[in-house]
Design a binder for this molecule. Sequence first.
Ligand code: FAD
Length: 434
Amino acid sequence: YVSKVTGNLDDCACDVETIDHFNNDQLFPKLQNLLESDYFRFYKVNLNKPCPFWTSSSHCGLRHCAVKPCSPVKCIKISLCFQYSADANKQLEECEKEQHLGAVDVSLRWVLLTDEKKLYYSSNLDLTVCGSADEASPDSQYVDLLLNPERFTGYKGPEAWQIWNSIYEENCFKPYTVKRPLLPDSFRSSSGGEARKFYSWLDGQCVEKRAFYRLVSGLHASINIHLSARYLLDDNWFQREWGHNVTEFRQRFDSELTAGEGPKRLRNLYFLYLIELRALAKVLPFFQQPSFHLYTGRPEEDKKHKEQLLQILQLARSFPLHFDERSLFAGDEKEAAKLKEDIRLAFLNISKIMDCVDCFKCRLWGKLQTQGLGTVLKILFSERQIEALPMSSNQRPSFQLSRQEIVSLFNAFGRISTSVRELKNFRSMLAEER
Ligand code: FAD
């Protein structure tokens, strides 16, 4: 059934086999390498923001939901900047501005100092708002992503459903409400009536709203692939074993067990992959600016990692069957502006809902991936600004990305790329079972 996810991907002229080959054999290994570098492994996030929508019940006592703090040895560079007093927070801001943690563009410091907000947040479709409050918050902390891999945490049941429910119902432009709580696969009632109703509604939507739903669904699929691929298989006094749980995977994605929904969700994952890949291809000129540096304080390594990053973006450019985002927001200008605003607000809302995720590990990756997707959309709709980027550092650029956006962009894509790679593993395991 996984292999049934083949053929044309609806809104783009691409097939799954092409993506599999491109990702698994070329892009995935390079990207994994880059994401292990210091620049990309530390993500600044506020995990203690209260949920703005309802009273969070449990704060999740699950052991595997805990987020490990930054290890002092690995975070030595960060600890230079990160302390707890008000003074130290000021110092932290200075560190960020001075690019000590590897921010964007050393030569643009004058712009950072004079007009920081505008520089960071200017864009045609400004989605930076998703992460900006976190970045500025004194409660934010650096998290070492390598110490906190996305995997099975045991977070499930009504709390998790409430989050997914809110995301789909309030942000995917759905015209009707599915009865709460969204119980496992409530869309697939025995008659299939709910599913039919949902898909006929979805088909009637404009391409932008359909695309938005598919992006969220693709993200949901990726999270569930990760928890199935890094499942807690054994947990006792003597050992803890993480690995692939084929039964879990099958329950979530098997065509028969999900009344046909599983393969559609996997297709949404591939759709999300294409959208993110397209953004990487488009943003190349930004990273090619001579004034752009990855700065972690080790010039040799930083130079090497910048080269690796450029190679990945060149590779993304070379992908032969890119999604054409010009089909989005192509209609009437007023309508397009309204749609963009709807999408911006939906994104803002989803990022707020992430503060309601009781499991901290899930919240961490949820926030990172939402910010990453926000950055993807910001890139896709800033094409003109990216093309107009000045090659000399004296001019003010009209497009900019903050360090947080860069880290979330690449790590979010790393998750989707890993999911595509994991599908290959599950496919082989299922074939062996037969
Ligand atoms: P759920 O995945 O909770 O789905 C609820 C309903 O949504 C399903 O019944 C189905 O009707 C529909 N649905 C399912 N998948 C899709 C899709 N792809 N597209 C459209 N509709 C769909 N758990 C972990 O173990 N580790 C994690 O890191 C983790 N991170 C999470 C991050 C967030 C932001 C959230 C909200 C949850 C996270 N979870 C994580 C929990 C996990 O996603 C599931 O909610 C949980 O495993 C329970 O799964 P379920 O089978 O009840 O269905």
